[in-house]
Design a protein around this ligand. Structure first.
Ligand code: IVH
Length: 706
């Protein structure tokens, strides 16, 4: 069935209601909850366009399970809890699985994992101190498949369907190159075998496909899973072939000898089966899995994958933990829904829906106007999010986002949260378009938008809003790194009329500061010390802190390496600036204008009088790069959080070994080093496909091999 817009809105309302409910009141409400779950299953499995996160879906599902267990008289044979979710349609022949294709129980935190361990131990009759090995590996996010080999040949492939019966997709599965068409099971005495696995699409392929679809004006896929599951059931196998799917195998569900005897115990453990399948030519996550000696070791493994997932070639949404010993698995058995010997530990949700309450327009340090969405607070990967950048006018227009809309918000890795899309089908009619201002919210000057720029900007050099933001940037960690002089203190000084331009930051009246409420002598003295210390900074920090459009830290460093005394830059013409790497005509023009401006010259003179260093220091002249260094001639970029050393330090090390550090991912980039929670830079590098991606360990291994 399809759902009407009215029904969609009603189910959305009921979803919110049930997510807040601890219990379900009566029989009628239980049936209502079942309908809500059926609706979300349809959105997820049929439309490939879920309205809620997997996490919220699981909460609804568990609420229903609890209710049906507590009140069997309210249960129903047709309940979503009585079957595994189905992807059956009428276009394919339906076939029986050799054994039911079950789902997995989910775990969301360490307490769930420990409870799983206790349950398993009880079922296996093991005491807490007895050895029990777990087999742990990534949980691939794609479409489940079951493949049968007979006489060493792939004879049938099917989707999961309702768990008992699936859709026959042999012709499509044969196009998946990582699925061997022949495999020597007979060498193991096996005549027929059924394998379970996941058809997936690599992130790199997914980005390339979406790029092409964008060019062709086709709707984009939301994620690799949607791009994989859809084409798995394509009517024309050449469509499946063109998408380049991969298939990971993670379970042997049936194995029999010629005489009909089961051979499932041919290998004693999950790990040994996987090694055998690897030897037979199947794609198994051999390098990415681990046999863990205890649930604590599983927890460590989960922790590693929480950081590693972004750098991984495939989308994964958790870690699957299985009892390694197959005889122990048998002792545990299964429910109608899931095996008791396995659990899927899900990573924290990164997407959630919320309501767009309003939009604020913020001015930046160079005058760009950024629309910021205020949303009803949501939890994303452990952080409460209530403000989300909408980037620019085009971003809003492309997504047709309106105030009052239900929106899908995502926060992945170190990427700042963003709005993936709005749900127009949930509109009630009173949503309002977002009106972009025509004048600066701070100084009311008409905004301008240059041809090749996405942002509207305030062109007024003396705009108060812009100036305040520039001061905040100037003192920030990235620029002058003035400890203790953060946004709120600068705003306070600014409101008191103490800050007309940047040089005023270096002539503050510390007695007046000590007298401010909440400050006192000690805080004022600390602040004075940090400011005095900053006066002695290397030149590139000051240059970066001047808020010249297009002059980031990297370019500031390159300029500082070529000038002795900052005011000398007033003599440079655009050509000379453009001789520096990554300085284009626009940046060069901005630099020339900045240093020719008498106000700015005067401001720099005053800074110098107040003791601020305007001369290049040792730090501004990195030692001539080791031309024999291991990274000689390579460009490199670091992203995400490094564990072993700060990013600055790692960059210096790379430079010492001959690399040139870039500030953005482009076709010029050779190496990307990926730390914890890497985000958009990694995605972009994967999309490009020409960048070598190293994790932190690999980088230090190479650096250390010098
Ligand atoms: S083991 C009884 N291992 O997750 C099922 N499943 O949510 C044994 N999945 O239907 C499955 N990666 O399609 C297993 N490494 C992995 C997996 C995995 C993805 C899928 C599988 C299953 C679903 C359950």
């Amino acid at each position: 069935m399809r759902y009407t817009p009215d029904q969609t809105r009603e189910f959305n309302r009921l979803t919110g209601h049930f997510l807040e409910a601890a219990v379900v009141q009566n029989h009628r409400a239980t049936e209502e909850l079942r309908n809500v779950i059926r609706f979300h299953e349809w959105r997820y499995y049929v439309l490939d366009d879920p309205l809620i996160s997997d996490f919220d879906y699981d909460r609804l599902y568990k609420l229903l399970e609890r209710t049906e267990a507590a009140y069997p008289e309210w249960a129903s044979e047709e309940s979503p809890t009585r079957r595994v979710s189905s992807d059956l349609t009428e276009s394919f022949a339906t076939v029986d699985h050799l054994s039911p294709m079950l789902s997995l129980e989910n775990s969301y935190d360490l307490a769930d994992l420990e409870a799983f361990d206790l349950r398993v131990r009880k079922l296996c009759g093991l005491a807490a101190n007895e050895a029990l090995d777990y087999f742990a590996e990534p949980k691939f996010d794609g479409g489940s498949i079951a493949v049968i080999y007979e006489n060493d040949c792939l004879v049938r492939a099917a989707t999961r369907g309702d768990g008992a019966r699936g859709e026959e997709i042999t012709a499509n599965a044969r196009t998946i190159r990582s699925l061997p068409l022949r495999a020597a099971f007979s060498s193991l005495g096996i005549f027929r075998v059924e394998l379970r696995g996941e058809a997936v699409l690599s992130k790199q392929r997914f980005h390339a496909i979406n790029l092409q679809r964008e060019t062709d004006g086709l709707p984009l896929f939301a994620n690799p899973r949607n791009a994989a599951t859809g084409v798995l059931r394509a009517k024309d196998p050449s469509e499946t072939a063109a998408r380049n799917l991969d298939a990971f195998i993670f379970q042997v569900s049936h194995a029999e000898a010629q005489n009909g005897h089961t051979q499932l115990d041919a290998f004693p453990t999950q790990a040994s089966w996987m090694e055998q399948l690897d030897a037979l030519g199947f794609k198994v996550a051999l390098a990415d899995r681990k046999v863990c000696k205890s649930i604590k070791a599983v927890e460590d493994f989960v922790g590693q994958w929480t950081s590693r997932r972004d750098a991984y070639f495939y989308d994964i949404d958790g870690v699957v933990v299985k009892v390694n010993d197959l005889s122990m698995q048998q002792r545990c058995g299964s429910t109608a829904h899931h095996p008791r010997w396995a659990v899927a530990h899900k990573f924290q949700a990164r997407q959630s829906s919320s309501t767009l309450l309003g939009v604020e327009f913020q001015i930046g340090k160079i005058g760009s106007i950024t629309p910021v969405a205020k949303i009803a607070p949501v939890q994303l990967a452990g952080v409460t999010v209530s403000s989300v950048s909408l980037h620019n006018e085009d971003f809003i227009a492309q997504r047709d986002i309106r105030i009052g809309d239900q929106v899908l918000v995502e926060r992945a890795g170190d990427v700042i949260p963003y709005i993936v899309k709005a749900f127009p089908e949930l509109r009630k009619g009173d949503e309002k378009p977002i009106a972009f201002p025509s004048h600066c919210p701070a100084c009311n000057t008409p905004l301008v938008r240059e041809e090749d720029e996405a942002a509207w900007r305030c062109p007024n050099d003396r705009c108060e809003g812009k100036r305040l933001q520039c001061m905040i940037h100037h003192a920030s960690k990235d620029a002058m790194d003035i400890d203790g002089l953060g946004k709120s203190l600068i705003e306070r000084f600014y409101d008191l009329g103490w800050l007309a331009d940047l040089s005023d930051l270096y002539s503050l009246d510390y007695e007046a500061i000590a007298a401010l409420e909440g400050m006192g002598k000690k805080s004022a003295e600390n602040l004075r010390r940090s400011i005095e210390k900053a006066k002695d900074n290397p030149l590139y920090r000051l240059l970066h802190g001047l808020c010249i459009h297009h002059i980031g830290k990297k370019i500031a460093q390159r300029i500082a390496a070529q000038v002795e005394y900052l005011p000398d830059l007033a003599q440079w013409d655009a050509e000379r600036f453009m001789a520096i790497d990554d300085v284009g005509p626009v940046a060069a023009g901005n630099l020339v204008r900045f240093f020719a401006n008498p106000h700015n010259q005067q401001m720099l003179r005053r800074m110098e009088e107040l003791g601020v260093n305007l001369r290049a220091k040792d730090d501004d002249h990195p030692q001539a790069s080791g031309s024999g260094g291991i990274f000689h001639g390579k460009t490199i970029l670091f992203t995400g959080t490094l564990e072993r050393m700060g990013r600055d330090e790692a960059e210096r090390l790379a430079e010492k070994l001959g690399a040139r550090v870039l500030s953005a991912v482009s076709s010029k980039l050779d190496l990307l080093v990926v730390g914890r929670d890497a985000g958009s830079k990694l995605a972009k590098a994967q999309k490009l496909g020409t960048v070598e991606i190293l994790d932190e360990q690999a980088f230090f291994d190479r650096a250390g091999s010098q």
